[in-house]
Design a binder for this molecule. Structure first.
Ligand code: ATP
Length: 293
């Protein structure tokens, strides 16, 4: 095989709780992760010469070792003694620095792409073990679907697929620093924690309304205050038939769940016209995180 193109899907959090801050500065979390059908495309191609070259349609992204794709490719080349060169093209569609694990899912696709292209014979578990070195969310992105994520994100429990629904993804044109959000999260002042167990039960029962009613993310306590547009988008979608709406990860992307696709399509259109968010997508849950194009 000389070339392979993969779709790398984004994630949202149906629930996000922070349990405590560890002494090493990491936060212990309890999150319900869900893959959505919004994806980047990555093309891996073998090249003459021993160089690794990344190109992308989004000029603001790093193309050197700061990019998680290059980091992953270099890690595997070193570990498996791969001398052959490689070009990677990234077609970016997932909102960047938006709480959707865009970089992590690209890294997961890089594991899968290298595995296929160079016949490395890694199992999912092999890839997940190596992936911790790239980022806490990468092991989840290798597995995808619906999962409970604990520890710093690396302890994963696969869950049954979440009930089908339509999903609106809306990224407002603001930049939220993940660091700022965690630094301003005061766990001792939280009035309550998300009902993660209730969401888990609703998923197991196939009850989308039960999931939607319990959507909660502790990081919103910081971001909604600082960036009112997040609350405005949620309210806008709730007034247009959403079963529930929430910020994903450390934001600022907001998602909303619908059990009627016609209502979701109309709300999507209205949200675009209202100008609250520049990137607005109508999508669905996915069981797979990385598929061949
Ligand atoms: P998370 O949900 O895991 O917090 P995120 O959606 O907030 O992730 P990313 O889109 O992964 O954030 O990007 C965060 C930063 O990582 C970007 O500002 C970018 O410079 C860097 N980065 C490195 N590799 C990539 C990549 N392949 N795609 C996007 N960003 C990348």
């Amino acid at each position: 095989m000389e070339e392979i193109t993969l779709k790398a899907m984004a994630k949202i959090n149906l629930g996000l709780d922070v349990i405590r801050r560890r002494e090493d500065g990491y936060h212990e979390v309890r999150m319900i992760m869900q893959t959505v059908n919004l994806y980047d495309e990555l093309t891996f191609r073998k090249q003459q010469g021993g160089r690794v070259r990344l190109t992308t349609n989004l000029r603001s992204l790093p193309t050197d070792g700061h990019n998680l794709i290059v980091k992953t490719v270099e890690l595997l080349r070193k570990e498996y003694g791969i001398k052959e060169g490689l070009s990677v093209h990234l077609k970016k569609k997932i909102p960047v620095a938006a709480g959707m694990a865009g970089g992590s899912t690209d890294a997961a696709a890089a594991f899968a792409g290298m595995n296929e292209l160079f016949d490395l014979g890694m199992t999912i578990e092999d890839m997940q073990k190596k992936a911790v070195a790239i980022g806490a969310d990468v092991p989840y992105c290798i597995q995808g679907g619906t999962a409970l994520s604990e520890g710093i994100g690396e302890i994963l429990t696969p869950l049954p697929s979440a009930p089908r629904c339509s999903v609106i993804i809306a990224k407002p044109p603001i930049h939220v620093s993940t660091r700022f959000v965690y630094e301003n999260l005061h766990l001792d002042k939280l009035e309550k924690h998300p009902d993660i167990d209730g969401i888990l039960d609703s998923i197991r029962e196939g009850n989308i309304r039960g999931v939607a009613e319990r959507l909660e993310n502790v990081l919103e306590t910081v971001t909604e205050k600082e960036y009112p547009v997040i609350g405005q988008i949620k309210q806008f979608l709730m007034q247009r038939g959403a079963l529930g709406a929430l910020m994903s990860g450390s934001g600022p992307t907001v998602f909303a769940l619908y059990d009627r696709n016609d209502l979701a399509a109309q709300a999507c259109e209205e949200l675009r016209r209202a100008g609250l968010a520049k990137q607005v997508y109508l999508t669905s849950f996915s069981d797979k995180t990385c598929i061949r194009k």
